[in-house]
Design a protein around this ligand. Structure first.
Ligand code: 1GP
Length: 249
């Protein structure tokens, strides 16, 4: 097991994990470093970089370098495609958008990027990515047939297929900026069939959102928009408080 995955496993043995998503298109290296530092001080466990189309490897690399200089936690690329690759990060989600209609998002882009991931020395963390309605921009760009919010059986099928294919993490995504997170009932249903850790993201803005998802069995929570909108404000602080509560303080 790679170093970053081992770190996440270790953190998960103490309770839920929080991942701070920073968009390197919207934050320059010093802003990203500032956000990361405050987030980690509140208990966030790692930084994910990604979120926009149009990123260049140069920009990704510069932001990764800035964040790494600021915080001792892993920096993980959350890629859009091969243009997101930068050797300055620690790891990359080597992910498949499982419910896309377009094979480019399921496996072809990964085939084009695999050799570069190896050559850059990035730790690949295999991940099955499942988009739930509304799906927002990733749902459109990724040509997704989103899992309906009232269809736990379909979500369970994709998630378990990911695990049986050997993926080390499953990510349920409502879409960045979604008005509501993934429904807790869907999270509960997926959690009940998985043995690999479950990441949930999209639309988590308040402590109440976080609490519902944690109670439903989400093990890793991703937040991005809440810090873009209000910085390290009350919403972010409440979310981290709920995460810390389940770690026992
Ligand atoms: C998006 O799940 C992440 O890919 C985070 O979503 O920006 O809504 O927090 P938000």
């Amino acid at each position: 097991m790679g170093r970053v995955r081992a770190y996440l496993q270790e953190r998960l043995s103490h309770g839920p994990v929080h991942l701070t998503l920073i968009d390197p298109e919207k934050s320059d290296p010093s802003e990203a470093a500032r956000t990361a530092r405050s987030a980690v001080e509140l208990g966030s466990d790692a930084v994910m970089l990604g979120g926009s189309t149009g990123i260049t490897p140069g920009r990704m690399g510069a932001v990764a370098r800035g964040v790494k200089a600021a915080v001792p936690v892993p920096v993980i690329i959350f890629p859009e495609g091969p243009e997101s690759l930068a050797g300055e990060a620690d790891a990359i989600y080597f992910m498949s958008l499982l419910n896309s209609r377009d094979p480019d998002w399921v496996i072809r882009t990964q085939a084009r990027a695999a050799l570069a991931v190896r050559q850059l020395g990035l730790e690949p963390i295999s991940l099955g990515y499942i988009v739930v309605a509304p799906g927002m921009r990733v749902g459109e760009v990724g040509q997704v047939d989103p899992v309906r919010r009232d269809d736990p059986a379909t979500a369970q099928g994709y998630a378990l297929a990911a695990e049986l294919l050997g993926m080390s993490l499953v990510y349920l995504e409502a879409g960045s900026g979604a008005p509501e997170p993934v429904p807790p009932e869907l999270v509960r249903a997926v959690r009940s069939v998985l043995t690999v850790p479950l990441i949930v993201g999209g639309g988590i803005r308040t402590g109440i959102d976080a609490r519902r998802l944690l109670d439903a069995g989400a093990q890793l929570l991703v937040t991005g928009t809440v810090t873009e909108e209000e910085g390290i404000g009350p919403g972010f602080q409440e979310i981290l408080k709920e995460v810390r509560t389940d770690r026992g303080g």
